[in-house]
Design a binder for this molecule. Structure first.
Ligand SMILES: Cc1ncc(COP(=O)(O)O)c(C=O)c1O
Length: 370
């Protein structure tokens, strides 16, 4: 495929291997060595509001699990959206939470506050509400924050793909929500496997313990896991920090091109694009009955597009945990009509014309077969 869905870039080894000198000279390779500690400081400075701090972890999924362990969700309910990746659910189950799957809004594909309220009416003992940021978009989620505050239930945000340019983003708010980001190779801030937890300082210590097997100072231990980021991943993280502005600039240019190409096309529906986005991908809505045809037509022109979050939790989960499932009509509609187009972190000069031609041709072909 000329334009595959994913074309990850990571910093070249020569840019980050020399950073490991101190780790080697101190023989300190994990358990928050010199580089991981420094990188946490930089991430806090760059991305978080005052009063929040960073914990680097080995993946977003383990980060969510550690946060839920710290919130002591074991044996209690956790609300989460149907329209999300498997990892969100698996983290809840691994932490011993009982999942309540809620619906999402069509405008954003994110948790529907009404569905959350209905779940809170129906179930007692909800230990956490989990919101998921879709497509790397950073939407205003004040209504969900307000519900969490009104009920005194912590809000955890799976913001897997949302980490972008530091100068354009700050996370954290007076509501005290906890956000977890993925630093996976396929994400915008990519290091290979990794994650970042952004949490209010008061709870950070508890989260750090649950990332380290739940050990307490007297060596007794709580529910926890091992999700500590090692020095090698932290070194790559510094390399990525140097590249991130250029990466996001390229992605913004890529998204603008799609906006131009889809403008006025009545076959494709666009989401309201928020001001802040990492542009991890470019989502569009097409008629449910035509999605398979669209995927084939784009593929014939060399553009790989992906169904997104398909299948959703209520449709795809085959494990043994019991899911409480609220009505999820909008999620069912979205998972059958959303397609995501690729967005790249870097593109050669001749790329833009070629991609424009491929997308234009696909739209013409789809129009002519209507
Ligand atoms: C919403 C969501 N949650 C979790 C994950 C998994 O992140 P990680 O691979 O860092 O565990 C993803 C990955 O795409 C995701 O989209």
């Amino acid at each position: 495929m000329k334009y595959p869905y994913l074309r990850p870039i990571l910093p070249q080894p020569e840019t980050w291997v020399p950073l490991l000198e101190t780790s080697y000279s101190q023989r300190y390779f994990s358990n928050y060595g010199p580089l991981a500690t420094r990188l946490e400081g930089r991430m806090t400075e760059n991305y978080l509001i005052e009063g929040y701090s960073s914990t680097l972890v080995t993946s977003n999924t383990l980060g969510i699990q550690a946060v839920l362990n710290a919130l002591e969700v074991y044996g209690r309910y956790v609300i989460l959206p149907d329209f999300t990746f498997s990892g969100t659910l698996q983290a809840v189950i691994a932490a011993g939470g009982k999942p309540i799957v809620c619906d999402v809004l069509k405008e954003t594909s994110e948790l529907d506050p009404k569905s959350v309220e209905a779940a809170l009416e129906k179930y007692d003992d909800v230990a956490a509400i989990m919101h998921v940021r879709c497509y790397g978009f950073v939407n205003d989620i004040t209504p969900v924050k307000k519900i969490s505050k009104a009920h005194g239930i912590p809000l955890v945000i799976d913001a897997a793909a949302a980490l972008s340019k530091p100068s354009e983003q700050t996370f954290g708010s007076e509501y005290g929500e906890i956000e977890i980001f993925s630093l996976h190779a396929t994400k915008v801030f990519a290091i290979g496997e990794g994650g970042l937890i952004a949490a209010p300082e008061q709870i950070s210590e508890r989260i750090r313990r649950s990332v380290n097997f739940g050990f307490q100072s007297d060596r007794t231990f709580h529910d926890g896991t091992n999700a500590k980021m090692d020095e090698f991943r932290a070194a790559i993280g510094f390399g990525t920090l140097d590249l991130i502005d250029g990466i996001v600039d390229n992605r913004q240019k890529h998204a603008s091109l799609y906006l131009e190409l889809f403008e006025g096309n009545d076959f494709v529906e666009l989401f309201d694009m928020p001001e802040l986005a990492s542009w991890s991908c470019f989502p569009i809505l097409v008629p449910e009955s035509n999605r398979e045809k669209c995927i084939t037509v784009f593929a014939d022109q060399g553009v790989e597009v992906k169904k997104y979050y398909w299948p959703s939790l209520s449709v795809g989960y085959q494990g043994r945990a019991k899911l409480e499932i609220m009505p999820v009509e909008t999620s069912l509609l979205l998972q059958n009509s959303v397609m995501c187009l690729p967005i790249y972190s870097e593109s050669p000069d001749d790329f833009w014309t070629g991609l424009s031609q491929a997308v234009r041709k696909s739209l013409q072909l789809l129009d002519s077969t209507r």
